[in-house]
Design a protein around this ligand. Structure first.
Ligand code: SAM
Length: 303
C-alpha cells in the first residue's frame, strides 16, 4: 500500500490539498459510461447511480478521509464514488455484485494502483479477510451508496461482525436514515441496533433527482461512528436484542403484555421487572431508550 509518508514532500502537499478540499468533486456521468459500454441500469440490483456532485461531496465530507485510510466500498457501480475514494484514501477495496460492471470498472479505473476490485455479494463474501489481503490489516471505513434492497441487512452485518469498521458512511433512503437516528418515542429495532453500536448522524438530505435512474424516494447521507468499546460491557448483546425483539414483537401493546407473551413469562414477573427498571407497564417499546433496555436485562429473569 502506498502511504502519504512514502511520497516526496511536493506530492504530499498536493495530496493533502485534495483530501481537505470542501469544493464539490468532479463527477463521472454514469449515463456516459453506461452508453459507452452499451449497458442499462439493472433495477433488480438497486442500481440508482449518483449524478449530483454536491451529493457526492456530502458523502466524501462525512467520510473524513485521511491519506492512510483503508476503505471498503460496497457496490461501486460505474465508479462515480470510487474514483474520488482512490484519490483521497490510501487503499480501496470495492466489491460489486454485477459482474458486467466489474469489467467496466476494470476498464475505467483499472490503472489506479490503490484500487482493488472484487466481484461478489457483500452479504456472502468474507470482506474483512479480503480487505486485510488487499489493503493490509487494521482499522477501516465503509463508504457506500447502498442498494436499497439490502440496506438493513448490510447495516446489521457491518455493525455486528468483528472486526467492525471505525466509520460507516452510507447513502440510504431518507426514511431509513430518520429511523436509524430516531430517539425515544420513535425507536425501532433498527435505531436500537444502530445506536447501541455507533453514534449516528444524518449528514445531508439528497433528493431523488440526484440519481439515474431516479428512485421513487429521497435519500440521505448517514454517518455512523462505531463505538470502539461496547456501550454496555457487562450485558450480553444476544440477551439485550432478544428482549428488545420481544418488546417490539407486538408494537401496539404495552411492554407488560408484549414481554410476557413473547418471552413466555408470567405477567406478575414482568410487572415486577418493569417496576424495578423504573418503566411503566403500559409503555410501548418505541418509547424506551437504550439504557432502559439495558436495565431490563438486569431485572428480567434469565430464560
Ligand atoms: N456506487 C455507485 C454510485 O454511487 O453511483 C452505485 C450505487 S447503486 C445504488 C448500488 C450498487 O450496488 C450497484 O452497482 C449494484 O449492482 C451493487 N449491488 C447490489 N447488490 C449488491 C450486493 N449484494 N453486493 C455488492 N454490490 C451490490
Amino acid at each position: 500500500m502506498r502511504t502519504a509518508g512514502d511520497e516526496p514532500s511536493g506530492w504530499w502537499l498536493i495530496y493533502l490539498a485534495v483530501a481537505t478540499s470542501t469544493e464539490s468533486p468532479k463527477i463521472i456521468d454514469p449515463r456516459d459510461v453506461l452508453r459507452r459500454h452499451g449497458l442499462r441500469a439493472n433495477k433488480a440490483l438497486g442500481q440508482n447511480f449518483l449524478t449530483d456532485a454536491s451529493a457526492l461531496g456530502a458523502v466524501l465530507d462525512a467520510a473524513e478521509l485521511e491519506p492512510e485510510d483503508r476503505v471498503l466500498e460496497i457496490g461501486p457501480g460505474v465508479g462515480t464514488l470510487t474514483a474520488e475514494l482512490v484519490q483521497r484514501a490510501g487503499c480501496v477495496l470495492a466489491i460489486e455484485l454485477d459482474e458486467t460492471l466489474v469489467g467496466v470498472l476494470c476498464m475505467e479505473l483499472g490503472d489506479r494502483p490503490s484500487l482493488h476490485l472484487a466481484h461478489g455479494d457483500i452479504l456472502k463474501v468474507p470482506y474483512q479477510r479480503m480487505l486485510a489481503d488487499t489493503c493490509g490489516a487494521g482499522s477501516y471505513k465503509v463508504i457506500a451508496n447502498l442498494p436499497y434492497y439490502i440496506t438493513s441487512h448490510v447495516l446489521r452485518l457491518l455493525l455486528e461482525r468483528e472486526p467492525k469498521p471505525e466509520t460507516i458512511v452510507v447513502m440510504v433512503q431518507k426514511e431509513v436514515a430518520e429511523r436509524a437516528t430516531a430517539g425515544p418515542g420513535a425507536m425501532s429495532l433498527l435505531s436500537l441496533s444502530v445506536q447501541t453500536y455507533s453514534q449516528a448522524q444524518v449528514m445531508a438530505q439528497v433528493p431523488a433527482g440526484s440519481f439515474v435512474p431516479q428512485p421513487e424516494v429521497d435519500s440521505a447521507v448517514l454517518q455512523l461512528k462505531v463505538r470502539p468499546e461496547p456501550l454496555f460491557p457487562k450485558i450480553s448483546m444476544e440477551r439485550y436484542f432478544a428482549i428488545a425483539a420481544a418488546g417490539f414483537g407486538q408494537k401496539r401493546k404495552g411492554l407488560l403484555n408484549s414481554l410476557a407473551s413473547n418471552l413466555h413469562l408470567p405477567k406478575a414477573v414482568v410487572q415486577e421487572a418493569l417496576r424495578a427498571a423504573g418503566i411503566e407497564p403500559l409503555t410501548r417499546a418505541q418509547q424506551l431508550g437504550l439504557e432502559e433496555w439495558a436495565r431490563l436485562c438486569d431485572t428480567l429473569p434469565a430464560a
